[in-house]
Ligand binder design. Sequence first.
Ligand SMILES: C/C=C/C(=O)SCCNC(=O)CCNC(=O)[C@H](O)C(C)(C)COP(=O)(O)OP(=O)(O)OC[C@H]1O[C@@H](n2cnc3c(N)ncnc32)[C@H](O)[C@@H]1OP(=O)(O)O
Length: 254
Amino acid sequence: MAVEFVVENGIAKIVIDRPKALNALNSEVLQELKNAIAELQNRTDVRALLIQGGGDKSFVAGADIAQMSSLNPLEGSEFGRLGQSVFSSLSELPFPTIAVIQGFALGGGCEIALACDIRIASEKAKFGQPEVGLGIIPGFGGTQRLARLVGPGQAKKLIYSAEIISAAQALQIGLVEQVVAPEQLDEAALKLAQMIASKSPNAVRLAKIAINQGLEGSLEEGLRLEASIFGLCFASPEQKEGMTAFLEKRPAKF
Ligand SMILES: C/C=C/C(=O)SCCNC(=O)CCNC(=O)[C@H](O)C(C)(C)COP(=O)(O)OP(=O)(O)OC[C@H]1O[C@@H](n2cnc3c(N)ncnc32)[C@H](O)[C@@H]1OP(=O)(O)O
């Protein structure tokens, strides 16, 4: 198995571990990742997900070039749709997802990170969409998600040039939200996940829906959606607990 996951204290962790190919994604790894995500999808005990690559050199070095090298157009399209479906199921998980990037996040590896809500990187991490150097384009959602995250200009610069950028450069363009020293990466990621997991899980999940669905429409539609979801919060016992705890000057228990 190249994809393992565990759940501990409400925090799920997926590790993609295929060391001989720097965790590159072939069909088998994608299917294992799809299965792991499907198992987590309906778990009510999970409040946050950490996803990372095995070893200390690579998060995910992309889709498997050796496998892709012999594909015909139909097979290429099917492989792209497989990757897109896995990454869309990742992006649609109901709880926050955090990509923990210690090394290379290239091509499909960068696209996994883009399908997560948050990206925390080591100072040594490297990012890029090098596909045009291989005669293809990003095919696991990168042309769409990268442009939405960092803006069309920076997305075009990265995709057209196949440039590999540093974690500091990724932070500067908004591709990652936090950069820490390599030895602090796991602790920083776990700390963020624990902070999220200590809050109202219902409210956090509703916030994810409001942000993601709101981005798909106009500001006015998003504000209407926010107002509806805000009202929904008051039907939850977690809102009662959260506000009662504040008034009783004690920590809330969610
Ligand atoms: C829809 C999505 C499309 C895509 O994702 S397209 C692919 C995008 N990714 C890339 O273009 C990155 C390809 N890999 C590299 O450029 C290099 O690797 C690195 C810069 C990441 C690391 O270079 P170095 O430190 O010299 O290691 P090494 O010897 O190149 O790699 C170690 C082993 O890992 C295999 N490997 C690395 N990346 C991939 C990959 N994406 N697909 C298949 N295998 C890969 C190599 O071949 C080699 O294996 P062996 O030791 O047997 O020669």
